[in-house]
Design a protein. Structure first.
Length: 324
């Protein structure tokens, strides 16, 4: 396999285009081809991105493609993951893994005999502020993590009348959408959770099939907790979370930067000084870092982050909330 790995990207909506550009910008990846069920749109975008448009069968069977990048609506994830694996391709699938827990469990069973990498797209792990927070945690700066508390949201206008509002296609609302980022980060810092409870509601977008607001609390066997709030009608800012440890705390604050956490604050127990680091002057590059990390994972035969199993655990957390 060459130093650069070829991607075939499926789905060229606004987010698919963003993913395509991140592949093009990556040092170890090439955008070999794209596919969208809107053939005219697929050809137009292919010309703009200086790549080629293939039909559905070709993008899975083409021997030059190493990785299938899935940016299609949630309802297609399960089918496309299985088809990619069966055609000897690695998979990078935009979050959420699938529509629901049942589909996630089916994916685990159907793919366990294939030795291909499957990574879930969760670019918030690759925010500079989150990377720095993980470094502090790994250095035991704030001791053992006791709790995670976060919120995420936007005004919801860009999703108006889109497939996100259709439960048959999306599987759910804000919890499955931006909420997935918080669920993933809570596990990234705290480990797995074994129980949870929460509520979903329509606080603003009243006449849609899925929730526009959700809140939940999860608990591990060791008593570590995660509290999350996500919304499609949050006007005060995008992204914030706090880690509380036995010896201090860390705040990641992205409320004033729509591209991610722009500042981080931390302090150790007993210290009067609050330390901080500002990332607002760094050009956001989480999508590029994510793609480059996945390619390295394949080349070095390492564990994906987040992995297929991480995707399953996130769907379990979502199921705790939707059951209530």
């Amino acid at each position: 396999m060459s130093s650069k790995i070829n991607f075939g990207l499926i789905g060229v909506g606004s987010f698919g285009i963003k993913r395509a550009k991140s592949i093009i910008e990556s040092s170890n990846a090439e955008l070999y081809a794209i596919y969208d069920n809107d053939k005219a749109k697929s050809k137009k975008i292919a010309e703009e991105l200086n790549t080629q448009s293939l039909d559905e069968n070709e993008i899975f069977t083409n021997e030059n493609i190493d990785i299938i990048c899935i940016c299609a609506p949630n309802v297609f994830h399960k089918t496309y993951i299985i088809k990619a694996i069966q055609n000897n391709k690695h998979v990078f699938c935009e979050k959420p893994l699938v529509k629901n827990l049942k589909e996630a469990e089916e994916i685990i069973k159907l793919t366990k005999n294939y030795k291909k990498k499957i990574q879930i797209g969760s670019n918030h792990r690759f925010f500079e502020s989150v990377i720095y927070a993980k470094k502090l945690v790994d250095e035991n700066t704030i001791g053992e993590i006791l709790s995670f508390n976060g919120r995420i949201g936007h005004n919801g206008e860009r999703l108006r009348d889109s497939w996100f509002w259709n439960k048959e296609i999306s599987g759910g609302g804000t919890l499955l959408d931006n909420g997935c980022h918080l669920l993933d980060l809570s596990r990234y810092f705290c480990g797995s959770f074994d129980s949870g409870i929460g509520s979903v509601t329509n606080s603003y977008w009243k006449n849609i099939e899925v929730e526009d607001t959700a809140s939940a609390i999860f608990k591990s066997k060791k008593g570590v907790t995660a509290t999350v709030f996500c919304s499609w009608r949050l006007l005060s800012g995008y992204f914030f979370f706090e880690l509380n440890g036995t010896d201090g705390y860390i705040n990641v604050d992205g409320r004033f930067d729509t591209h991610g956490g722009d500042k981080i604050y931390w302090s150790k127990k007993g210290d009067k000084e609050i330390l901080s680091k500002d990332f607002s002057e760094i050009k956001p590059n989480s999508y590029k870092l994510e793609i480059e990390s996945f390619v390295k994972t394949i080349q070095l035969d390492k564990q994906c982050s987040p992995s297929l199993e991480d995707g399953l655990e996130i769907m379990k957390m979502i199921s705790y909330v939707y059951k209530n």
